[in-house]
Design a protein around this ligand. Structure first.
Ligand code: THU
Length: 130
């Protein structure tokens, strides 16, 4: 799957965003190493802190279906349906991704390709506890 296709899947996933409070719609498209795609959107709640980001929705969907080997994630976020500005993943989502993904895991935003190591270079993970 090309970067363009993966990013388009993230924009498509944002259509399902439940963001009645922030009105900021986010979609994520998570690609497994064997080519399966999991889409996620942000899901907000009247009790604001219970909101879940699009990225974690996608990761939890995949893991709950037995997929834990990931190649890339595309993220598209916008407050006005214009997905041309990059929407960076939040720290909580990066930490969740870090549980399953290596330094070279690809994070695709509107401004192009990044890696997990770009965002979280000195991450805390299972290795840190050995
Ligand atoms: N949000 C995401 O879904 N992913 C991000 O990477 C950043 C923020 C959501 C959470 C909330 O619903 C809205 O965007 C505004 O913060």
């Amino acid at each position: 799957m090309s970067n363009k296709e993966l990013f388009a899947a993230a924009v498509k996933a944002a259509e399902k965003s439940y963001s009645n409070y922030s009105h900021f719609t986010v979609g994520a498209a998570l690609l497994t190493k064997d080519g399966k795609l999991f889409a996620g959107c942000n899901i907000e709640n009247a009790s604001y802190s219970l909101t879940i980001c699009a990225e974690r929705t996608a990761v939890f969907k995949a893991v709950s279906e037995g997929y834990t080997d990931f190649k890339a994630i595309a993220i598209a976020g916008s407050g006005n349906n214009d997905f041309s500005k990059p929407c960076s993943p939040c720290g909580a989502c990066l930490q969740v991704l870090s549980e399953f993904c290596g330094d070279d895991f690809k994070i695709l935003l509107a401004d192009g390709e990044h890696s997990l190591a770009d965002f979280l270079p000195k991450r805390f993970n299972e290795e840190s506890m050995k």
